[in-house]
Design a protein. Structure first.
Length: 116
């Protein structure tokens, strides 16, 4: 199960890099066991700026990561992120193309339909 989770994670990170969501990455202690006992990627994304660790991620990337994780709390988080940000149409237009590349277009489309 761990090997499968690791392979899937590396695949998603490679796709995110191609889509321009991340420039580069290092996977360091990035796995955790969820409440269901299934290995998953820890969702902390940090960068180092002048020696200080700063968490950073775009709302689009965070939404897609949450859709990929697909836990009940993740789905609630995505809805709350979109309600809080109230993104304009031009901000949302990039998400379906990236979601399609990541194999998450159905999840994105269902989410948008639910929230409409």
């Amino acid at each position: 199960m761990f090997q499968e989770a690791l392979t899937g994670t590396l695949s998603q990170l490679a796709k995110a890099r191609i889509c321009g969501l991340v420039h580069d990455y290092a996977l360091i202690g990035g796995f955790a066991l969820s409440a269901w006992g299934v290995p998953r990627v820890a969702q902390d994304i940090d960068c180092t700026c002048h020696g200080a660790v700063v968490p950073i991620v775009s709302w689009q990337a965070l939404v897609l990561l949450k859709l990929c994780a697909d836990g009940p709390q993740d789905r609630l988080d995505v809805e709350q992120i979109l309600r809080a940000r109230q993104p304009q149409d031009n901000d949302i237009q990039t998400v379906p193309a990236i979601a399609q590349l990541l194999g998450l277009l159905d999840e994105w489309t269902a989410l948008v339909s639910r929230m409409s």
